[in-house]
Write a protein that binds this ligand. Structure first.
Ligand code: RP5
Length: 162
């Protein structure tokens, strides 16, 4: 199976990013995690993206806060899909990171999830890899079925109470 890279701009992003890593591990997707910054280690970030496809990665998840250019910089150096996770780490409540992640120029896309939407980034990565991994498709279906069941149980409780 192709690997997923989880790149974060700073170790201060880890409390949010861990939700993504844990979800990927739950799917048994091989994962590599790195701290690389678009601004503080631009050379290393570019080199990572440039060699990611030949190293066996299928998706890169980019997690960054503030002026979150990491997803865009990684996307500039690879044609692998990049999923951005804007991290809420500033006085602007993550809106800065969301806009910096999502407002990419035409031709170089970054697919953004919600602010702090780390688990969804892992699920989206699993969905992309599931195109060529039937076992992953089964795990995704099982997850949906569990979710459905949980909402139906909540509905039963709430509708009985009122
Ligand atoms: C971003 O700046 C990082 O992704 C992080 O969210 C934010 C703050 O980084 P630190 O100053 O905590 O290292 O590049």
């Amino acid at each position: 199976m192709k690997k997923v890279a989880v790149i974060m701009g700073s170790d201060s992003d880890l409390p949010v990013v861990e939700k993504c890593i844990n979800q990927l591990k739950e799917f048994e997707i091989p994962v590599e995690v790195h701290v690389l910054s678009a601004h503080r280690t631009p050379v290393q970030a570019a080199a990572f993206a440039d060699s990611a496809r030949e190293k066996g990665f299928g998706v890169i998840i980019s997690c960054a806060g503030k002026a979150a250019h990491l997803g865009g910089v990684l996307a500039a150096y690879t044609t692998l899909p990049i999923i951005g996770v804007p991290i809420k780490s500033s006085t602007l409540d993550g809106m800065d990171a969301l806009l910096s992640t999502v407002q990419m120029p035409s031709g170089i896309p970054v697919a953004s999830v919600a602010i702090d939407g780390a688990a969804n980034a892992a699920i989206l990565a699993a969905e992309i890899l599931s195109i060529s991994e039937p076992a992953l498709e089964e795990k995704l279906k099982a997850m949906r079925a569990k979710m459905t069941q949980s909402v139906l149980e909540k509905d039963e409780k709430v509708s009985a109470a009122y």
